[in-house]
Design a protein around this ligand. Sequence first.
Ligand SMILES: Nc1ncnc2c1ncn2[C@@H]1O[C@H](COP(=O)(O)OP(=O)(O)OP(=O)(O)O)[C@@H](O)[C@H]1O
Length: 269
Amino acid sequence: MRISLGNGSRRRPDGSGAARPAGGGGRAAALTVTGLSAGYNDTPTIIDVDLHVGVGEIVTVLGPNGAGKSTLLKAVLGHLRPMSGTVRLGDRELGGLRSDQVCRLSVGYVPQVNDTFPRLTVLENIEMGGYTLPRSKVKARMAEVMDLYPQLGKLAARQGGHLSGGERKMVAIARALMINPTLLVLDEPTAGLAPKPADELLSKHIAALTTTGVSLLMVEQRAREAMSISHRAYVMAAGRVVLTGQASDLLERPDLGDVFLGRTEGENK
Ligand SMILES: Nc1ncnc2c1ncn2[C@@H]1O[C@H](COP(=O)(O)OP(=O)(O)OP(=O)(O)O)[C@@H](O)[C@H]1O
């Protein structure tokens, strides 16, 4: 059974969900997943998933291990071919496209692991993200991206392998922003981070992305912190969406950790 909390697409109280043109000319578009089933070896792992990320929204997918969260992202990103259903970004159908084709439609991806090139400097890592841009546009786009994360300026010459986990993730996000994505997909960005840098990554660096107008789909285990910067959330269990609603409504649930992650609140901290 799917439970829905809250109605409509309310913006966050500070109004930061307002769509703004992304620097560099990216076209704003919403992601709409309808009736999506996908999986491995002809067996569906996710079943009949409906999900929407409005323009400029942050939407978080939560759920216990094995719920199908990463499989959902793979199907959106073209790493897995949908068995049924549709994945639309604006008026474009992504379902059935290869991952490189999805990327060329302005979909940025920050993977959970192998997020930076350890032997390349911060600047080189970020520049790599612009490999599909005309050469003449790369430097200007790098400047725009560095404006969003000025902290990276001080680390410009440092190798990826010599960064903290939080710094590395910021570099990975900056690299993904180089294509000025319409949709940015983040797979468990705080995985492996200590609580303080994890909170900082969510509350500062990921929350700051709302200023770019990008639509953001994120899988995240830190339910409370992720929802405090999200517009809506979807909870998956055993391959299905079992709960969806406004993040502010879901945040009020005292059983957040138990219900959303299948574990205790203490473990969620
Ligand atoms: N490449 C694969 N081949 C076969 N089965 C897979 C593959 N990848 C994942 N699965 C299975 O699909 C199911 C969902 O996995 P998925 O990684 O999507 O879950 P998840 O919610 O992202 O879990 P976690 O939070 O642990 O990352 C699991 O039962 C998993 O074993």
